[in-house]
Write a protein that binds this ligand. Structure first.
Ligand code: FBP
Length: 267
């Protein structure tokens, strides 16, 4: 692994990746709580917040909007994705190459791998091509490691999430994005299993400020180097406010209550 490959999408060894591939992965329903966020421009504006170290989007959104933000936003280009209209065994279509990501100006590539799916073998082979392409173009590699599929009964268990973190190391990711495994202890184990691959926590469904920031603080305490978050930022009425609080929790390791007070005073 190249130790510096993720530097472009990190600050002081920490990452706050704003994820915005939901229009593909979940569909327009994810924009309903805050309709302005259906407009990618709103997310690119949010990504200029000092807390954000990269914006993760799909190719079409990058082509249309990134040229105007190339100086202000670090681009993490997702190379695969599936819509929620798909009802089969978990799989993700590769819709962009590492070469084209480099042409678009990406700092890193993102790739989903569903370990445990009946399609795991082909996904791992596709990841190989993407990972090696990223290495050729000096781009970081972020794996969305979400074990799920017919054979997995409990894909949210700490053991499965820990295994997902390890897949990131084994397959050559610089950062591996995993769901929060439910406790700081379990997150610590995932971090241990990932070794030099940095672990970032996935945001998940919307929850209240305190609960969400507590999960983030626990993950950071356990050795995670940040988070990749979508809904818990853009579905809020005031996304900038939670970014202020996240900046304090992730980069200054401030306690969530204090971070919220900082965010309030910034208003
Ligand atoms: P959230 O913070 O909104 O959970 O976003 C993280 C993310 O990984 C997105 O990049 C992706 O679109 C989504 O979650 C996939 O979620 P799932 O596959 O669990 O429905």
């Amino acid at each position: 692994m190249l130790p510096s490959a993720a530097d472009e999408i990190s600050r002081d060894g920490k990452s706050l990746i704003l994820a915005y591939d939901h229009g593909l992965e979940h569909g327009p329903v994810d924009f309903e709580p805050n309709p302005a966020t259906a407009d990618p421009e709103r997310l690119f504006e949010l990504a200029t917040h000092s807390a954000v170290t990269a914006l993760a989007v799909q190719k079409g959104v990058a082509e249309a909007y990134y040229p105007d933000y190339a100086d202000e936003v670090n681009l993490l280009l997702k190379l695969n994705g599936t819509s929620n209209l798909w009802r089969g065994e978990p799989n993700s279509a590769v819709n962009c190459s590492a070469e084209y990501a480099a042409e678009l100006g990406a700092d890193a590539i993102g790739f989903t791998v569903y370990g445990g799916s009946n399609h795991e073998v082909e996904m791992a082979e596709e990841f190989r091509e993407a990972q090696e392409g990223a290495r050729e173009h000096d781009m970081g590699v972020v794996m969305w490691s979400y074990p799920r599929g017919q054979g997995l009964r409990n894909d949210g268990s700490p053991e499965v999430i820990c295994y997902g973190a390890r897949l990131g190391l084994e397959l050559g990711a610089d950062l591996v994005k995993v769901k929060y495994p439910g406790s700081a202890e379990a997150m610590g184990e995932a971090v241990r299993m990932a070794g030099p691959t940095q672990v970032v926590m996935s945001g998940g469904t919307m929850r209240d400020d305190k609960a969400f920031l507590r999960n983030v603080a626990d993950a950071i305490d356990a050795g995670a180097t940040g988070l990749a978050v979508g809904r818990n930022v853009f579905q809020r009425d005031d996304p900038e406010r939670i970014l202020d609080a996240l900046e304090a929790v992730v980069f200054q390791e401030v306690d969530p209550a204090e971070a919220l007070a900082i965010a309030e005073s910034d208003d």
